[in-house]
Design a protein around this ligand. Sequence first.
Ligand code: DC
Length: 225
Amino acid sequence: MNPVALPILITIDGPAASGKGTLARNLGAMYQLQWLDSGLIYRALAFELAEHSWGSLTAHEQYALLSRLKEPSVLDNPRLRLDAAAAHASRIAQDASLRQSLLPLQREMAYHPPPPLRGTIMDGRDIGTVVLPEAPYKIYLTADPTARAKRRNKELQKRGTSATLTSVLADIEQRDHNDRERTTAPLTKAENSIVIDSSQLSIQQMTQQACQKLQQKGLLKPRQR
Ligand code: DC
């Protein structure tokens, strides 16, 4: 029997604004992997659930909603990038039944990278612990709350949104609380994770550190194969 060619799976978990998306994008390009942003899936769900709670939908409606999440246009909605969408996502993400229903979809997407991509890098809060606990490469990316708030504030200023550092920090601390203290799949470091604290690192330094540690665990870049 021929061995099955398994996709390469890398997970990145960590708190809001720790740099997960940037790291995932960079590593995805270097190792030829699709990037799945699970936070975006939660934001899209929150957007669709603006007027109804998950529990108030019939099983049929829940299935239809989950199917819509596979359409790229649903995840492309620029409104999902707003902080209000993130805050709403963090609230609906407390729902254990919703999280359970999302698992097959997330796993199916992770295991089917579009060719010629060699695998998937997926970031979120519970990817290494719950969604893809079998992944051979796991990263836990963190940074202190003030460093994260400063970065987030800079981004908001670039986009022309006016916010104060104090309000951005309060928002981040609220989301940390929601994400770490919920009973189902809280944000926590998976066993055997590569831990990177990005508080004092540039994007280049963070990416280099991750690459080095992934290579120590045996992950090779495509051209080295
Ligand atoms: O990664 P993000 O900031 O876009 O995520 C928005 C919210 O979605 C986050 O505060 C909590 C929730 N989320 C989650 O509970 N589990 C994930 N794997 C990803 C996001």
